[in-house]
Design a protein around this ligand. Structure first.
Ligand code: ZN
Length: 128
C-alpha cells in the first residue's frame, strides 16, 4: 500500500503548510489584539480579500511574485519562510519517524515554532 502511505504523507505536509499559514496570521494579528478568526485574510494595504491562489502556502507567494495582486504592496519574505519551515518540520519528522509518531512530533514542533514566531512578533511590537 505504498500509494496510501504517499497520500498520507502528502496530506500531513499540506496540513503542516496550512498550520504555517495560520502562524503567519496569528503573528500578524495577535500583537495588534485582533481576532484570528474574523475578518477573513485580506491585504493590509488595500483591504482586498485574499482568494484561493493567495492562500496557497509558499506557492501563492511565488505565483504573486511576493506582492498583492491588486495594489502591488510587498508581502514580505517572512510569510513564505514561516510556511516553509512548518512544512519542513513535518517532512523531516515523517522521514525520521514515519507517519507515527512522525506526524505527532511534527505537529508538536510546528506548535512550538508557531509560539516562537508569534512570541517574537509580540516582542517586536512592544519594542516599537
Ligand atoms: Zn493589496
Amino acid at each position: 500500500m505504498a500509494s496510501t502511505a504517499l497520500f498520507l504523507n502528502v496530506y500531513l505536509v499540506l496540513v503542516a503548510l496550512m498550520v504555517g499559514s495560520f502562524i503567519n496570521l496569528a503573528a500578524d494579528r495577535v500583537p495588534r489584539r485582533e481576532s484570528v478568526i474574523t475578518p477573513p485574510s485580506h491585504c493590509r494595504a488595500c483591504g482586498r480579500r485574499l482568494n484561493a491562489i493567495d492562500l496557497i502556502p509558499v506557492a501563492g507567494y511565488l505565483l504573486r511574485r511576493g506582492r498583492c495582486a491588486t495594489c502591488g504592496v510587498r508581502i514580505g519574505s517572512a510569510a513564505p519562510a514561516v510556511e516553509a519551515v512548518s512544512g519542513a518540520c513535518m517532512v523531516v519528522t515523517l522521514i525520521w519517524l514515519g507517519p507515527w509518531p512522525g506526524a505527532a512530533v511534527g505537529l508538536a514542533l510546528i506548535g512550538l515554532w508557531g509560539l516562537g514566531v508569534t512570541g517574537l512578533a509580540l516582542r517586536l511590537q512592544r519594542a516599537r
